[in-house]
Design a protein around this ligand. Structure first.
Ligand SMILES: CC(C)(COP(=O)(O)OP(=O)(O)OC[C@H]1O[C@@H](n2cnc3c(N)ncnc32)[C@H](O)[C@@H]1OP(=O)(O)O)[C@@H](O)C(=O)NCCC(=O)NCCS
Length: 294
């Protein structure tokens, strides 16, 4: 056995396994162990869309996880790379990540993900390259709503808007994610809003409930002004506290959140293995759906 294989060998006490949507409640215990925000609906959605792999202890409880699913013609998203604190440094994270990479490679797709500080060195070792950085903002109260730019109308987004939203989103996100957008419209209808001008989509915001905070995102818009108008209305409609993950290049968004008393305690690195056109350009991507959803 080579040194890499030795370092990633699993101890007898845990078995590698597939993860299924029916395990969502047990998996919430795993993400809660890391202090993460997912609820059972998040795990169910991700495991329905893609393939989950993990390790389970002798009682059958999941102690490590990773999920990958297709989010565009040539791109897989990798998420929930997570090992319970009691089981880290045994090679589980590396092994599961390798499973996801192998699946993407076998389908000739690139692999994208948003890395935490802990995950980043693992991904760099496995060949991922950094595209840009994001700040996770947390906001405990509602800020001052910004003006809606002239000529723009903002209204509730519904299931009837999904095709138009997905077409707009595809131009700017590097992904093809109508199913995700439909899921999010259902998760937080009060937050779901679309900005239009001349009957055309100019921006949108969606969100979802979370274990410790409501997550706002994606926000995709053609300008800072439209993004801010959507964000300030979404925050006012959401259950507080809220959090959102904003590419660092969008200083105007960060400034508005900071002025409302928000803080940015965490960072993420968007990374890719292979070639994913558009994924490197967050010009119109003001908030991602979340590191686990892309
Ligand atoms: C990132 C994370 C998933 C890594 O999981 P893990 O199961 O501990 O990962 P591995 O065991 O494969 O590798 C982690 C380290 O253990 C080392 N290691 C692996 N097998 C080992 C062994 N048998 N003995 C000693 N060390 C070992 C690896 O070389 C690696 O070392 P490094 O951190 O110095 O690079 C885990 O820290 C975690 O869940 N963190 C919180 C959630 C998170 O941030 N996830 C990343 C999302 S992007």
């Amino acid at each position: 056995m080579g040194s890499t294989e030795a370092a990633t060998a699993a101890p007898q006490a845990c078995q590698e396994c597939a993860l299924a949507p029916g395990q969502a409640d047990a998996l919430v215990a795993l993400s809660q162990n890391a202090g993460w925000n997912q609820v059972a609906a998040d795990w169910r959605f991700m495991l329905q869309q893609g393939r989950g792999v993990g390790f389970a202890d002798q009682a059958g409880r999941p102690v490590a996880s990773a999920i990958h699913w297709p989010v565009g013609g040539r791109l897989d998203w990798i998420s929930m790379v997570l090992t319970h604190t009691d089981w880290r440094k045994r090679g589980f994270g590396t092994r599961l990540l390798q499973r996801c990479i192998d699946a993407a490679t076998a389908s000739q797709r690139a692999a994208g993900l948003d890395a935490t500080e802990l995950g980043r060195p693992l991904y760099a070792t496995m060949g991922f390259r950094e595209l840009y950085t994001l700040a996770r903002w947390r906001l405990e109260r509602v800020g001052v709503p910004t003006d809606v730019p002239a000529g723009i109308a903002i209204r509730a987004a519904t299931a009837a808007d999904i095709d138009a939203l997905a077409g707009f989103d595809r131009l700017y996100s590097g992904m093809n994610r109508a199913t995700l957008l439909a899921h999010l419209v259902g998760r937080a209808p009060r937050v779901a809003m679309v900005a239009t001008a001349g009957g055309k989509v100019r921006g949108y915001v969606l969100g979802r409930d979370g274990r410790t905070a409501s997550q706002i995102g994606p926000i995709v818009a053609e300008s800072d002004a439209v993004a801010l108008a959507l964000l300030s209305r979404a925050v006012a409609a959401a259950d507080l506290p809220v959090m959102l993950d904003v590419p660092d290049r969008h200083a105007a968004i960060g400034a508005w959140i900071a002025a409302a008393g928000g803080t940015a305690p965490r960072r993420f690195w968007r990374m890719v293995l292979g070639d994913a056109p558009g994924l490197d350009d967050p010009r119109c991507l003001y908030a991602i759906a979340g590191p686990e959803l892309g």
